[in-house]
Design a binder for this molecule. Sequence first.
Ligand code: F6R
Length: 361
Amino acid sequence: GKSGYPHYMLKEINEQPESLRQTLHGRVDALAGKVDLPEFPPGTFEDVEQVQFVAMGTSHHAGMYAASMLTAHGIPAHAYMAGEYADCPPPADGRTLVVAVTQSGETADTLNAVRRARSAGARTLAVTNVVGSSVTRECDDELFIRAGPEIGVAATKTFTSQVAALTLLGERIAGDVTGVASAGARDLLAALSELPGDVQQVLDDGTAREVAEALYGCDAYFFIGRGPAYAVALEGALKMKEISYEHAEGFAASELKHGPLALVTPETPLFGVLTGKDETKTLNNLKEVQARGAPVIVVTTPRHASAASFADYVIEIPETEPEAAGILANVQLQLVSYYAADLLGRPIDKPRNLAKSVTVE
Ligand code: F6R
């Protein structure tokens, strides 16, 4: 049941401290600065030359997030929309690791991409929530995100658990390839250990609800970010369009001036996800948007909060490492979408035209 919550989505949003605890359980040795994934014997990934993520929708955004983390470790990585990968497969061989990210493990596009990757000779790894799902039968290896069952059509707790699991996997791959733990591993793993408590702080903060109450019913909603925060921006927009039926789009902050800025008016609130180390450029982008009259909402840590004080709304998240900050920003955006959809009277757990699992392309 819904345990007293009006919707499964709100229940699942509130379950995230616990689902993340399950995802991370036994896998993080923060003191030693080591990731412990017994699924993969030592050296499993030492021959990997490139990583290709294949996934759809929310899972694709988790793959994008992971690809930017691996790239930062110096490992060539890219996230493909699985449907596009299956139609137009990129070069892959035995030193390519193809990671299929799929909550259900049943998404047809993703299964097809895995088949294409296998026939090219690539190694395949499933990152999924469902034990015994089709993707686990199609892939060489598997890593379970352990988020628990998700009933709401909109993916919430499975996204945060995917990102957490992929962060561990990324550290592990980088460690095997380079032979050493990454420079930031200890800080990152300490931040991940704090994540369940940090998510609880976000859930106890009422700002997302106030922003939804102030801004629901506008013409459109835009979301921008850079690097991993670009994936968070895309996910924020996907959640908003799915459950509120409002027009919502995510853009790379760098893309804004190359077209999307023409859409900005006083009736198009724009959310900036500022979770990187240096966000000077994104802050400047947001000032330009504000000068065109659009309400600007910044989701950020205390590190950038004073520089962002010009914004119409600042939604704060606890101070943490950038890789973990994106997860916290995502939870705030889940809440904004949820409350906006609720104020608009939408059927939040079963949005029109959508299915929880897309088994036909
Ligand atoms: C969005 C959503 C969809 C799924 C997509 C992939 O909230 O739920 O975009 O993320 O259909 O599904 P899985 O992860 O099961 O492959």
